[in-house]
Design a protein around this ligand. Structure first.
Ligand code: ADP
Ligand code: ZN
Ligand code: ZN
Length: 725
């Protein structure tokens, strides 16, 4: 009797055997319902075997193998296996992270055949609806293009009935055939650099016969026309009858972007996938992609796992964005998986960014990726903003703002223009700083910065575990007035309101925008000119165009310059480049004022010259010298418990279980940068190696040993290629 080996959603790193009457290779990748203890679980068939792995154990029969969905293709199973091995995560949990949650439900998923529905006259359909009929309006919007039954049903319980009524009334038509071969609508004529980029990508796509693997790094500032390059490359892929996968950061997948894709490819079935999409809709999109009906998948990181049998091209936009890395459970990088997937499928992948991740830049320099550069703005007239550094060391500040900055805001008010005060206060770990001589607390054992822990009155190195008492005086100049860098922006809003009593001041951050819809309302107010001074954090850095905004004043940037986190500089550069792009339009040139204690810092010089290459070169040599990624590969073992000592003790035991490997370095366990979270004390242990394969082999052996360890009340997890250490 044959056996099916299933991936089940349980935290054990193994497959589970069940017997069946008969099995064929066609069962691979199918869902199967099985008894598991007292539960019934839905698993995915990963292997078909003639012999059970554990001969001694009584094997239960499979209850049913389901055939309502297309089976996961072998390639996708391969990707999931790779993912489990690389990130050291149980295979069953990897598989279930990758699938829409709906598929854990054993009841059959009804998917209509390729029959599609579309409004006979979209405008007439919309006009016939009552203004308050929200669901009807939503359906009408969907029906502007051909939609499958499953997608309509997924909207809500009553949705399909409404569509059937419209069908009966002739307001909606059933399209019997699949949509005609996709044709792209015309876009602007490409400039020379764009055309060269599309040509290079197109060559690797190489028509219906399938392409070849090639990784491209498309580097160009915002507005240089990267999206146009994607659209043109995709048009070729679709015309050749193949599918494309486009990954974007969560915050960038706006209705505007989706609309831009839909209007460029009017006849094409486009699946939009974000974490906000209802699960039924996600499942329906998944099925259409897996059947090859949907030609384009546009989604956030989870879309990286969508089955695409005719995949021809992968695009990762804003590839440097941290949201591509999942921060809990399966801690995968969708960008890195996209490259793996492209290689596996033998198709090109395009990583696009104005400020690439240093890892990607390094790959381009090493010749593994091909660099495609867009050096100009695509639209004439949009001028880059002018920069001015405002030196603040030993200068009086009014609740964080320099007189120069206040004067610049005053000028904008007089001209009836808007200002944005941008506060950079991401959760950077604070470092100790001397305002007199510029001294910064660094680790003497390694080259990381020391982090201030005020509660314990000490400085700690999160890299190697070094710890020392808070110094009373500056070791450089004896100044006894030492303080953590970058404090004191809290009162900004109040101060601005007092200073400019007639100005309309609006603060936009997570605290003030908690209520649903309040962020959208705030953006609208800014757009309509009902706000004079905006105060904001990174929420505002991206994607919003405010035509009347002509001044961006940046405070707290230095936090990122000298953070204990070695990636802080890279993030700072990306964020400031982005926020600077908010200032100024063709008619009204923008200005960026940056308050800093370090006006001579090379990061600011590169930023002002819009010279990412110079920044990357400086940052790379720094990282190479200090032995940080991309020149080494890292993993972090994290543990948390009710007391820090518990978590540290667990990590100590983990070190004792570590296999010997001279190519792998384990540092001492240390309190995490944010040591206390949700009543748990957190500690971490950094592991690194110059050779990725050695680190991988080490982790596999180490995790096998660790899983046997009794952790008690300590929870632990491994993060491979962590973004925050
Ligand atoms: P990015 O993705 O790099 O931010 P986009 O592709 O969105 O840039 O282009 C920015 C703007 O310039 C868009 O409005 C786009 O339609 C326009 N654009 C892009 N390429 C061209 C071109 N070759 N000619 C005219 N307009 C263009
Ligand atoms: Zn000093
Ligand atoms: Zn150190």
């Amino acid at each position: 009797m044959p056996f099916l080996r299933l991936a089940l959603d349980v935290p054990l790193d193994r497959l589970f055997d069940y017997s069946v009457e008969a099995a064929t290779a066609a069962d691979l990748g199918r869902r199967a319902v099985v008894p598991f203890g007292s539960r019934r679980l839905v698993g995915v068939v990963m292997e078909v075997a003639e012999q059970a792995a554990d001969a001694g154990i009584a094997i239960k029969p499979v209850e049913a193998v389901l055939d309502d969905l297309p089976a996961l293709p072998a390639e996708l199973l391969g990707l999931l296996r790779f993912c489990a091995a690389y990130y050291q995560h149980p295979i069953g949990q990897v598989v279930h992270t990758a699938l829409p949650a709906r598929f854990r439900d054993p009841s059959p998923f009804r998917v209509a055949e390729a029959l599609r529905y579309q409004a006979a006259d979209p405008a007439a359909l919309r006009e016939g609806l009552a203004a308050r009929a929200v669901m009807q309006h939503r359906l009408a919007a969907m029906l502007e293009r051909p939609v499958a039954e499953a997608e309509l049903r997924a909207v809500s319980a009553g949705a399909w009935r409404i569509v059937q009524d419209w069908l009966a009334q002739g307001r909606v038509r059933a399209l019997v055939q699949a949509p005609a071969a996709p044709v792209a609508a015309a876009g602007p004529a490409l400039n020379a650099e764009q055309a060269a980029a599309v040509e290079a990508i197109g060559e690797a796509c190489a028509g219906a016969a399938g392409g070849k693997f090639a990784a491209f790094l498309l580097h160009g500032i915002t507005g240089s026309g990267k999206t146009e390059v994607y659209l043109n490359a995709i048009a070729r892929v679709l015309a050749a009858g193949r599918q494309a996968l486009v990954l974007v950061p969560e915050i960038n997948l706006t209705p505007q972007l989706e609309a831009r894709f839909r209007s460029r490819f009017p006849g094409v079935d486009i699946v939009g996938l974000t974490s906000g999409v209802a699960d039924g809709e996600r499942a329906a999109g998944w099925v259409r992609a897996a059947r090859g009906e949907a030609a384009l998948v546009l989604g956030t990181r989870l879309a990286a796992f969508t089955p695409l049998p005719r995949l021809g091209l992968i695009v990762v936009d804003e590839e440097h964005d941290a949201s591509f890395k999942q921060q809990d459970g399966l801690r995968y990088s969708a960008r890195d998986l996209a490259v793996y997937r492209a290689r596996q499928a033998g198709v090109p992948v395009v990583l696009g960014s104005a400020t690439p991740a240093l890892e990607s830049w390094h790959n381009a320099e090493a010749g593994r990726y091909r660099l495609l550069a867009l050096r100009q703005r695509a639209v004439d007239g949009a001028r880059p903003p002018s920069w001015r550094l405002v030196a603040t060391r030993r200068q009086p500040l009014a609740d964080g703002l320099h007189a120069t900055t206040l004067a610049a805001i005053g000028e904008r008010l007089a001209r009836n223009e808007q200002s944005l005060v941008f506060i950079n206060r991401r959760g950077y770990a604070p470092v100790m700083h001397c305002g007199e001589c510029g001294w910064l607390a660094g680790c003497t054992r390694c080259s990381a910065r020391l982090t201030v822990h005020l509660r314990e009155r000490c400085l700690r190195c999160h890299h190697c575990g070094w710890e020392e008492a808070l110094p009373a005086h500056c070791p450089g100049c004896g100044n006894s007035d030492l303080a953590p860098l970058g404090q004191g922006t809290q009162r900004l809003e109040q101060m601005l309101a007092q200073r400019f009593p007639h100005a309309r001041v609006l603060r936009i951050d997570r605290d003030s925008m908690r209520r649903k819809g309040s962020f959208e309302a705030a953006l609208e107010a800014v757009h309509d000119g009902r706000v004079d001074i905006l105060i904001g954090t990174q929420m505002l850095a991206k994607g919003h165009d405010f035509p009347r905004l002509t001044l961006v004043a940046v405070v707290g940037a230095d936090n990122g310059l000298h953070s204990a986190d070695f990636r802080a500089g890279e993030r700072l550069y990306a964020q400031l480049a982005q926020v600077a792009g908010r200032a100024g339009r063709a008619e009204r040139p923008g200005e960026v004022l940056l308050q800093t204690d370090f006006p001579e810092h090379p990061l600011y010089a590169a930023l002002m010259a819009d010279d990412y290459a110079a920044f990357a070169a400086a940052e790379s040599s720094e990282r190479r010298r200090a032995g940080f990624p991309p020149f080494v590969h890292q993993a972090v073992l994290r543990a948390d418990g009710f007391a820090l000592a518990e978590a540290i003790a667990f990590l100590q035991r983990a070190i004792e279980l570590a296999p010997e490997d001279a190519a792998v370095t384990l540092w001492d366990p240390v309190a995490a940068p944010m040591a206390r979270l949700a009543n748990r004390e957190r500690a971490q242990l950094l592991v690194q190696s110059g050779a990725r394969s050695r680190l991988q082999a080490f982790l596999a052996a180490w995790m096998a040993a660790l899983r046997q360890l009794k952790a008690g009340k300590v929870r632990w997890s491994l993060d491979v290629d962590p973004l925050e250490v």
